[in-house]
Design a protein around this ligand. Structure first.
Ligand code: GLY
Length: 565
């Protein structure tokens, strides 16, 4: 059933699956492990496992609770990707619950009469929102892969929406950012503030309308959200606030099950996100370029220069070729081929930075988001089933528009399309025609849920962070292959280059002075930015069955105890 990697045509290969479990004997994880951005979500996942659920049931519980307690990151008004592994038959699948452009979307909908981009229309309010996919993802994962009934796995989220969750510092930070933008809808202000004032830590936030919406999904499944009275209300209310949504957009919404990218790197089998995520393709391209060099023999400065040059070229490919594979041909095999790596390597000078304008076009690209939006969780159950999920409403609190009756915030994912060719989005990312808007098309994403497996061990990882998701996962992945543990993966200092702007963005202390001097002497521009990301990692050592869950120390939400197994 499984082909050996050596029989495959490409250096890095799609659709070649190695079953490491055949090498590993029958050892199972000693415990389940869950890492998520909020203790209440992690707790809900463990509770569902205790009730007899599997990792897929737990994923639905964690995801839906995050929608309630972390509404600045993700929610029923957004979408996500679920990377699944079923241990019994080694089946792996990528459930694409990404938002889609409404049927009335138009390539020029965010341009003025002179074809200039109208600022913030793709970010604020209902016109910025794609048709949400998360509810379809939840019902699909539950019904096809779970063992518990949907109402049971949604029960923790319903209870927290009904009874309230305590406000915490990170929520307040997000709220302050949102309120400063001043586009939050009346229901948003009513739900999340005390008549416009920021609530104190510990204040209970109740969301009865959201509880009702979750109940409708629990009782009616997919149709409860996409083809019901609730759908009519969602569309009517959003239309009253300017959206172009129709009930047909909802009736037509479906998740897509896609083959994950399967890639070999060193002794590791990587399971990566395929288009419309740009994550897997870009990570594989960078790793392929690295593999053209003895990078392990390099000192830190030499390595950072090389990987920066690889990032620059892979993100350039991303900007030109990535799009919704149901609408455009994305040449994934070509991009992740050895030939492409050789081509890119031939233009790399190990002594000098290559100006981005020398390898492509030059566009203004000024990222406005640091890289904390969105959310990720990782799960391993005791049978060895795995889930790696990243879900989002795009920027913090998405479009800022909360539906009065349904009680969830609409995404502003339409900003992930190009407003026009090579106009930078909120993350400073530029895209070509492949990612132009069209009715019912999915916008390119950077979300990169990932598995890394060898015959000895396994890591399940991912992170929020917009354009920087890809390089965060890349750096952690490489560190894992060099012996880092889960905590080192989540805490490692980060740096990033995305082709445009032509700058290395880095956290404080990511580099020593000697590395900075060396990079500058090679012609790189460096920009120190604050900490970013919120990585969630689960690891498993097959030799002794030990597991570890690690949450990013940059964004830990304390004040809550988890009843682990
Ligand atoms: N909205 C961010 C992403 O999907 O990449």
């Amino acid at each position: 059933m499984f082909k050996s990697i050596t029989n495959c045509k490409y250096f890095i290969i799609i659709s070649c699956i190695i079953s490491w479990s055949s090498f590993a004997g029958n050892v199972s994880p000693n415990d389940p492990a869950i890492a998520s951005a909020h203790p209440l979500a992690t707790q809900a996942g463990y509770d569902i496992l205790k009730q007899g659920g599997n990792a897929f049931d737990a994923a639905v519980a964690v995801s839906s609770v995050l929608s309630v307690v972390e509404p600045y990151s993700s929610g029923l008004g957004g979408g996500g990707f679920f990377l699944l592994h079923r241990e019994s038959d080694q089946f792996q699948i990528f459930v694409d619950a990404r938002e889609k452009a409404p049927g009335k979307a138009d390539a020029d909908m965010y341009l003025d009469e002179f074809k200039n981009v109208i600022p913030r229309v793709s970010l604020d309010g209902t016109l910025a929102a794609g048709i949400p996919g998360l509810a379809a993802g939840l019902t699909h994962v539950s019904e096809k892969y779970g063992v518990l009934p949907l109402d049971q796995v949604l029960a923790p989220a319903i209870a927290l929406a009904e009874n309230g969750f305590p406000v915490y510092e990170r929520f307040i930070t997000a709220l302050k950012v949102a309120i400063a933008i001043d586009v939050m809808s009346p229901k948003f202000i009513e739900n999340f503030t005390l008549e416009g004032e920021i609530p104190e830590v510990g204040t209970l936030i109740k969301q009865p309308e959201l509880a009702n919406t979750l109940r409708v999904i629990a009782s009616q499944g997919h149709d409860g959200f996409y083809n019901s009275e609730l759908t009519e209300t969602i569309v009517t209310e959003s239309n009253e606030s300017g959206s172009i949504w129709t009930t047909n957009d909802f009736k037509n919404y479906e998740i897509v099950e896609r083959e994950p990218l399967q890639v070999k790197f060193s002794d590791y089998q990587l399971t990566l996100a395929p288009p419309p995520s740009s994550g897997g393709t870009t990570i594989a391209t960078i790793l392929n370029i690295l593999s053209e060099y003895n990078y392990r023999d390099m000192n830190t400065a030499e390595f950072v220069h090389l990987i920066t040059e690889a990032m620059r070229r892979a993100y350039k490919d991303r900007s030109e070729f990535l799009g919704d594979p149901d609408f455009v041909v994305v040449p994934v095999l070509k991009l992740i081929s050895k030939n492409n790596a050789i081509k890119h390597s031939s233009s790399i000078n190990l002594d000098r930075a290559t100006p981005s304008k020398q390898i492509g076009k030059s566009f203004e690209a000024n990222p406005k988001e640091k890289g904390t939006e969105t959310t990720h969780f990782s799960i391993l159950d005791q049978d060895g089933n795995r889930v790696s999920t990243t879900q989002t409403i795009n920027t913090w609190f998405g479009s800022g528009y909360m539906l009065p009756s349904a009680g969830f915030i609409l995404n502003n994912e339409m900003d992930d399309f190009s407003a026009k060719a090579f106009a930078p989005n909120r993350y400073g990312l530029v895209h070509g025609e492949a990612n132009s808007k069209a009715p019912n098309k999915r916008m390119v994403s950077s979300m990169s849920p990932t598995f890394i497996e060898s015959k000895d061990d396994l890591a399940i990882l991912g992170t929020p962070g917009g354009a920087k998701i890809i390089t965060m996962v890349l750096l952690s992945l490489i560190s894992w292959t060099e012996g880092a543990d889960a905590d080192a993966m989540t805490s490692g200092r980060r740096f990033h280059h995305q082709y445009l702007p032509d700058e290395i963005h880095h956290e404080k202390d990511a580099f020593g002075e000697d590395v900075i001097d060396s990079l500058v002497s090679k012609g790189h521009s460096l920009k120190e930015i604050g900490d970013y990301g919120n990585m969630q990692v689960v690891t498993y050592k097959k030799s002794d069955g030990s597991v570890k869950a690690s949450s990013d120390p940059r964004a830990l939400i304390e004040n809550s105890e988890i009843d682990f197994y």
